[in-house]
Design a protein around this ligand. Structure first.
Ligand code: JQB
Length: 409
């Protein structure tokens, strides 16, 4: 990956040469080039700022040096794939960078965003100072490049340099082959179900009168995993309650992107209707039941469903790709409408959704229940594998099997 950074303080960016980033640089994984904006000024004082139109405090960065700087960087040699020996001459003509402008009013940097940026071949970061860069620079380049204004957090910095370093570090460590990234990346905060990390300990077992929690010395890995999950939940509830309930991000191997799981709202109804129609056709065919509710419901029915059931939707990027719902009925947590987009089936998302909806059951629930068509062989096998068994109860309608599983605590 090539990264160009333009700033009036290129010396601030020197730390990028050091440490792990420095090694990745030496190894040819990233090609970082810093540029002094003043190179593209033409007056004796190398002026880059002027007073704001409309008045107000401070100075604004003039558009002309930025225009010349970005034009020059964009027109410079396209990234060469330093990691391989392949000459890159022909492909270089079409390459344009993604232009990133750190800004306190940008979109918040998140781990999924860093993952998306890590897939880009070329980033150009434009570090502003003073009150920021004349808006026309961003508007102009938006017409010819992808431009993203990004904020690293809800606090105010003096300029974009430190933010640029944060962005570069968050992105660079995700590049395949980056030192030490293989094992630990998927285990991290934001990569595991949207919870904060559990506390960690090392030797000695006792330090200044404080003992390592004994469960960690027990050798019982089931108990250790449960304790860590509980600690992570507790921390998250205390420090980042916004991460609980509202949304959870999951990473399933093979799905390629981070999935967001949220409680469904009325606004999800149109897409949910489309997804359920697509998902229930094969079920209807297998059971000779073209009139089944998921296929014939109206948009208003789906909206009502969202309001009367605990419904979750899963999104990959912006696309709604899965859903499940449940509600309590006399101690029974009735699960229904478990669906996964046809092109994403067979990768564990349905199983994950079933576990997720089971985990939402209120304390009163003693049994999980769901039903499927008696000729839906695939569903019957998957539910059996998840611990469900046919119940002796009479089915709610002919052609349907009710499946149950006692809740385990
Ligand atoms: C000038 C920056 C940040 C870039 C990120 C973040 O522009 C301003 N507006 C109001 C107050 C201060 C500034 C100073 N400033 C360029 C510039 C601040 C980025 C920035 C940022 N990314 N906070 N501040 N999270």
């Amino acid at each position: 990956m090539r990264i160009d950074i333009i700033s009036i303080f290129p010396d601030y960016l020197a730390p990028l040469e050091l440490s792990l980033l420095g090694r990745a640089r030496v190894g040819g994984l990233i090609d970082i080039r810093t540029h002094d904006l003043r190179r593209w000024t033409h007056d004796r004082h190398h002026t880059v700022d002027d007073t704001p139109y409309g008045g107000g405090a401070g100075m604004v960065m003039k558009p002309e040096p930025w225009g010349e700087a970005i034009d020059s960087v964009v027109a410079s040699d396209a990234p060469t794939d330093v990691a391989s020996d392949a000459p890159t001459i022909v492909a270089s003509a079409a390459l344009t960078p993604l232009l990133i402008v750190p800004s306190p009013s940008g979109t918040r940097l998140t781990q999924p965003m860093a993952e998306r940026l890590a897939a880009e071949p070329w980033l150009v970061l434009a570090c502003g100072r003073y009150e920021g860069i004349d808006q026309r620079v961003i508007d102009h380049y938006s017409q010819q490049l992808s431009v993203e204004e990004i904020s690293i957090g809800d606090f105010v910095l003096n300029g974009g340099e430190v933010a640029a370093m944060v962005i570069v570090e968050a992105v660079a460590r995700l590049l395949p082959g980056f030192v030490g990234n293989a094992a630990s990346l998927t285990e991290e905060s934001h990569a595991i179900g949207g919870l904060l990390e559990y506390p960690v300990y090392t030797k000695p077992a006792s330090w200044r009168g404080r003992d390592v929690p004994s469960v960690l010395l027990s050798g019982d890995h089931g108990k250790i995993a449960a304790w860590r999950h509980e600690q992570a939940l507790r921390r998250t509830a205390k420090r980042r309650p916004d991460l609980l309930h509202s949304s959870e991000s999951v990473h399933l191997s093979d799905l390629g992107s981070t999935l967001m799981v949220t409680r469904a709202t009325r606004a999800d109804a149109p897409e949910l209707l489309t997804l359920q129609r697509g998902c229930w056709v094969s079920e209807a065919q297998a059971n000779d039941a073209l009139g089944i509710p998921p296929l014939v419901e109206s948009l208003a029915d789906v909206r009502d469903g969202i309001e009367t059931w605990t419904t979750f939707v899963v999104r990959a990027g912006g696309r709604l790709v899965g859903s499940a719902r449940a509600r309590l009925d006399e101690g029974c947590w009735r699960v229904g409408r478990l669906m996964v987009a046809p092109d994403l089936q067979g990768r564990g998302l349905g199983r994950w959704l079933l576990e997720h909806i089971e985990a939402q059951a209120p304390p009163e629930a003693h049994t999980f229940e769901l039903f499927t068509g008696s000729r839906s062989a695939g569903n019957l096998r998957r539910y059996r594998k998840a611990g469900y068994r046919a119940s002796s109860e009479p089915p709610p309608e002919p052609g349907v099997v009710v499946l149950r599983k006692p809740r385990r605590r």
